[in-house]
Design a protein around this ligand. Structure first.
Ligand SMILES: [Zn+2]
Length: 387
């Protein structure tokens, strides 16, 4: 498919030229058609901007309306009329009432109450612009809800496959936006296979985590927002990790921010938080592996963390190591109690994934990996939706 690229038109000339680049080999691609993984090696493709220093842009962006699209120079859509938005992003960064120097990024304030909205806003915008007729994705829960809402907003049909035991509230939420939901035996990787079958039979575009290049672009704006809110980057980021798009996205954002002249070479230490019931990234990190083999029999009530194998494993592990951070598995049996504690003591709409991040904070402070003087951002990735 060879569509004319509107990026060539002076009417929509963007500040920074943009192309896609493979995260593994040196292949690059113009943005002219829908693409999934790299055709050479099946690695994720990432959007790369030819950035030049633009210190003035930082203040200009802040003066714009409070959605993630205020960062439009650093996002893949530049014609505002094409943007599919429900007002995602620019979520509150709240000072913890319980912990010194700890801030909570409350992602439940996004549309469909989770950080998944950010990625889907960018991905659905680009899928629609590049001619997708149907949108499809597997989900562990919240991504499906977000895709269903953004698909409705875009006027495109949505097919979502998810594990049969996904909480009914999430299934109902997807259907409430008009999505076709199919329940499959197994976990998200099995749902992914079903999506591939569906697309082979019916057509449609696969928006699986990191199997298209734009969800990570939406998610990366979380990194920009930390600088906006704190005036500097935190020392530590605690990130509940399923597919890891946000972790990869923020790490990419810090590099972009340095090239824009907004920060120096400093970086937060990034910690991936998983459950003891499904911790493929933690195991791979601890074993010094470059990729994360599939976790057998994943079991966790933090549904967003029930991702036994991640397409972005290599990118995640590299970011964790380059940041001098780490990966930690918390006790599955304590996650729900910790999430309730966040709700009771901080007053935020926190799901179990956020409870896992709280347990990680305690554990890493206890071992000394995080000092009480460190500025920490704990990501509360979604609301308490599994009821
Ligand atoms: Zn490649």
């Amino acid at each position: 498919m060879n569509l004319p690229s509107r990026y060539d038109s002076p009417m929509t000339a963007r500040r920074f030229p943009l192309h896609l680049a493979c995260s593994r080999c040196d292949a690059t691609f113009e943005i002219r058609a829908l693409m999934n993984l790299c055709p050479n090696d099946s690695a994720p493709l990432l959007a790369q901007y030819d950035l030049t220093p633009a210190p003035e842009l930082r203040d200009e962006i802040r003066s714009r309306p409070a959605t993630m699209w205020r960062y439009r120079e650093l996002l893949p859509a530049d014609d505002e009329r094409e943007i599919v938005t429900l007002g995602e992003g620019i979520t509150p960064l709240l000072r913890s009432t319980q912990f010194e120097n700890v801030w909570i990024k409350d992602e439940s304030k996004n549309p469909t109450r989770s950080f998944k909205s950010r990625g889907m806003a960018a991905a659905v915008t680009m899928a629609k612009r590049l001619g997708a007729k149907t949108l499809a994705a597997p989900t562990a829960g919240n991504a499906g809800a977000a895709l269903s809402a953004y698909g409705a907003r875009a006027g495109l049909p949505v097919f979502v496959a998810m594990p049969r035991d996904t909480p009914q509230s999430i299934i109902d939420e997807c259907r409430s936006y008009g999505a076709e939901v199919e329940l499959v035996a197994g976990v998200i990787t099995d749902a992914g296979k079903r999506v591939a079958q569906y697309i082979a039979a019916n057509g449609g575009f696969d928006l699986s985590t990191l199997k298209e290049p734009y969800r990570v672009e939406g998610k990366k704006i979380m990194g920009y927002e930390l600088l906006e809110d704190l005036g500097r980057l935190p020392d530590v980021i605690l990130y509940p990790t399923g597919g890891g798009t946000g972790l990869i996205g923020m790490w990419k954002a810090f590099d972009e921010m340095q090239r824009l002249g907004w920060i120096g070479s400093e970086r937060p230490r990034m910690f991936s938080v998983q459950s003891s019931g499904c911790a493929p990234v933690v195991r791979a990190f601890n074993e010094g592996l470059e990729t994360a083999p599939e976790w057998e029999s994943p079991e966790t009530g933090a549904w967003g963390l029930r991702v036994p194998r991640a397409v972005g494993d290599r990118l995640m592990l590299r970011a964790l190591r380059d940041s001098k951070g780490g990966a930690i598995a918390v006790d599955e049996s304590q996650i729900e109690t910790a999430a309730a504690e966040l709700r009771h003591t901080e007053g935020i709409d926190a799901g179990p994934e956020s409870g896992a991040a709280l347990l990680a904070l305690r554990e890493l402070q206890k071992t000394g990996a995080i000092a009480t003087s460190d500025t920490v951002v704990l990501f509360s990735t979604g609301g308490n939706k599994y009821q």
